[in-house]
Design a protein around this ligand. Structure first.
Ligand code: SF4
Ligand SMILES: [Zn+2]
Length: 146
């Protein structure tokens, strides 16, 4: 039985596995913001709630309402399934569209939201997985509003 637990930041929604809750969130840098999550709760609704928190935090700190979740539920369900699988297998909440090196230190940068998401949104109007998108991208790709 592993003693590694799953935590989620109550401010930005960042998910992290560790023996105990990190003192500081690696993503939003708030202190003591992590709550423990039961592996049984890793369903689609949990991930959607998590991503909504992340979008809210991104918009409040950088994007001024220029980021939204991809309105396509099928895309979101696929991402929830992949990230949930990683977590249930005892790994971090890795991005399903990036290749793991299997060096946990090096792979920290591809825990979602990954280190490349900002640059990709700037260039393409979406992150690589199309989890976070701009309204312009959603409109151009004819994806209905959520
Ligand atoms: S590409 Fe998007 S979904 Fe994948 S880790 Fe980066 S931010 Fe998350
Ligand atoms: Zn955080």
């Amino acid at each position: 039985m592993t003693d590694i637990k799953i935590y989620r930041c109550s401010v930005c929604g960042y998910i992290y596995r560790d023996k105990k809750a990190p003192c500081e969130c690696p993503f939003c840098h708030n202190q003591k913001s992590f709550n423990q999550i039961s592996p049984d709760s890793l369903n689609f609704e949990f991930f959607k709630d998590t991503w909504q928190r992340q979008v809210k935090w991104m918009n409040a700190t950088k994007y001024q309402d220029e980021i939204k979740l991809n309105p396509n539920e099928e895309t979101l369900k696929g991402l929830a399934e992949s990230m949930g699988k990683y977590l249930k297998e005892g790994q971090q909440c890795y991005c399903p569209c990036r290749v793991l090196s299997n060096n946990p230190e090096a792979d920290r940068k591809i825990i979602c939201p990954c280190y490349l998401y900002m640059g990709e949104i700037e260039i393409w109007g979406r992150c690589h997985c199309s989890l976070y998108v701009t309204p312009k991208w959603a409109k151009e790709n004819k994806i209905d509003s959520a």
